[in-house]
Design a protein around this ligand. Structure first.
Ligand SMILES: [Zn+2]
Length: 256
């Protein structure tokens, strides 16, 4: 699929020139469609058109994968770790490299409790990551890997793009590093200050099922202005417990 899309995108200008004398709208249409075929999978976190993306994992057990993005946050990491401990839950923390480098003790604390530390880019350029050139993509991924390796002794093997948008340069670089791109199958839109804990909880629990990948965040304020991520994670874990769903970190072989 990737080869077909990129081949079409490369050929589209020539096709458009050839078509120009026959039909200008048709020529413009060809270029427009070729752009959309690249843009759509870039902006859609779960699209595999440009390369592999994990959105679920295979399991016969009542278990799912809890992922927590945007830390390590000074305000709530310890509280979240205590909540996970109380519920016997394991999670993957997709951390920002710059924050990890500034707060290595939090990274160690998370890893020491048996949770996974993964790469969520170095500076988390939410607005621009999707359109960064190859060199900048490489730097975002490698600098975060280096920050984590400096703290834990080894780089992570999993990556999540900022706001899930990954352009065509991301896949080859992850492949060269032996890394897996992870998206999600359940989310609660809890990544922006002012989020609604009730709405997030019910959205996530609605989509929670065996093999699901749940996207959550830390360090985010709720409607009342206070940090609400930990409270939200606890509510979700209570809901999962009630349904007998456990939170585990799935092995690579089960990812799909
Ligand atoms: Zn993020």
């Amino acid at each position: 699929m990737r080869r077909a899309i990129l081949g079409f995108a490369a050929a589209a200008p020539l096709v458009a020139i050839a078509l120009w004398k026959i039909s200008i709208p048709l020529a413009i249409g060809v270029v427009f469609v070729s752009h959309m075929l690249v843009l759509y999978p870039t902006l859609r976190a779960r699209s595999r058109w440009l390369g592999p993306v994990v959105t679920n994992f295979a399991t016969s057990q009542p278990e799912l994968w809890l992922t927590i993005d945007d830390g390590p946050d000074l305000g709530d990491t310890e509280e979240i770790l205590a909540i996970l401990r109380r519920h016997g839950a394991k999670a993957t923390f997709f951390v920002k490299g710059a924050l990890a480098a500034a707060r290595p003790e939090l990274v160690r604390m998370i890893a020491d409790e048996g949770h996974e530390i993964a790469n969520h880019s170095h500076d988390h350029p939410s607005a621009t990551f999707w359109c960064l050139p190859p060199g900048a993509i490489r730097r975002e991924i490698d600098r975060c890997n280096d920050a984590i390796a400096d703290i834990l002794g080894a780089p992570p093997s999993r990556f999540r793009a900022p706001v899930g948008m990954k352009n065509l340069f991301v896949h080859p670089h992850l492949a060269a590093r032996g890394m897996t791109l992870v998206a999600w199958s359940a989310r609660g839109f809890d990544g922006v200050d002012g989020f609604d804990v009730d709405a997030t909880t019910s959205r996530v629990l609605r989509d929670a099922r065996p093999g699901a990948i749940v996207l959550l965040h830390q360090g985010v304020r709720g409607k009342d202005g206070s940090l609400a991520s930990a409270r939200c994670i606890e509510r979700i874990l209570e809901g999962l417990d009630a349904r007998g769903l456990r939170c585990v970190i799935p092995p690579d072989a089960s990812l799909s």
